[in-house]
Design a protein around this ligand. Structure first.
Ligand code: ADP
Length: 267
């Protein structure tokens, strides 16, 4: 499912003395099946964009195309339910949103709300719990008896249970140690490939963006200032410095290594 933002601007509390413009004429095309990272400093507008991707926020100017649904500023859009089903958002610290008595009930809550039968939803939960790397026995446990890392996996299974076509990840590794970070990012890469999910990673980690994404967009003061593939974006340190961004360490190490051995590493 293609997503396209055309001249999207957004102002919080529009028309009040507290009006705060957060996005300015953002142009961004995310083709179906791609792995897009959106990076930038705190306050650059990443979360505001994220909330537009499944219509939690509507643009105050411009248009967003999400699959066959067009959301235009100032116009009513009918039936946003399919958009909410097709675009799953894994919010920061998703484990904070677990609330049911058992893991199973938590995972089937979303699909059942969308009219899927309990049997079908339970089947999905059984498949997904293993896909996210947890044993089936976890389904009968209280989510609050699990470790933080396990809870995060349960929350991810809950988002996948809606069978989204697009998954949006909001700083998915926040609060995890390096090993936990790699495990979760590898899991998302596996899901991206196996389920052909369009993946949108919102992060301030240049390393994660460089390592996992195939397209990068840089946000700066509410504007989308650069888009390109990782080589184009991270290969130009001067350009990055203009937005007070440092190239990711892995790219630096790679370049230092290549200079040392006198040949290019395979990409
Ligand atoms: P990021 O996710 O990159 O940190 P945000 O999208 O959260 O950036 O914020 C973009 C701008 O919008 C910032 O200046 C921020 O202060 C402002 N902002 C974010 N949320 C709100 C809100 N609910 N009300 C008013 N201003 C907000």
């Amino acid at each position: 499912m293609d997503i396209q933002l055309q001249k999207v601007s957004y102002a919080y509390a529009q028309g009040t003395p507290f009006e705060k413009r957060a996005l300015f004429d953002v142009e961004l095309a995310i083709p179906s099946g791609s792995y897009q990272a959106i990076i930038g400093h705190t306050g650059s507008g990443k979360s505001t964009i994220l909330q537009h991707l499944n219509a939690l926020l509507k643009p105050t100017e411009g248009t967003i195309q999400i699959g066959d649904k067009t959301i235009t500023a100032g116009k009513k859009t009918k039936d946003l339910k399919p958009v909410r089903q097709k675009v799953g958002i894994v919010f920061q610290f998703p484990e904070h949103q677990l609330f049911e008595e058992t893991v199973l009930k938590d995972i089937i809550f979303g699909p059942m709300n969308f009219g899927i039968s309990e049997d079908e939803a339970t089947k999905r939960a059984q498949q997904l719990i293993e896909l996210v790397g947890l044993p089936l026995t976890v389904l009968d446990k209280s989510p609050f008896d699990l470790s933080g890392g396990q809870m995060r996996r349960v929350a991810i299974a809950g988002v996948l249970a809606m069978e989204p076509e697009v998954i949006v990840l909001d700083e998915p590794t926040a609060g995890l140690d390096p090993r936990g970070r790699k495990e979760i990012m590898d899991l998302f890469l596996q899901l991206h490939k196996e389920r052909n999910l369009t993946t949108i990673l919102v992060t301030h980690s240049m390393e994660d963006a460089a390592r996992y994404a195939d397209r990068i967009a840089i946000m700066h003061e509410g504007k989308c200032v650069l888009t390109g593939n990782p080589e184009e974006i991270f290969g130009n340190a001067k350009q990055l410095a203009a937005y007070r961004l440092e190239p990711p360490r892995i790219v630096r190490f790679q370049r230092e290594f290549e200079e040392k051995v006198g040949r290019k590493l395979p990409t």
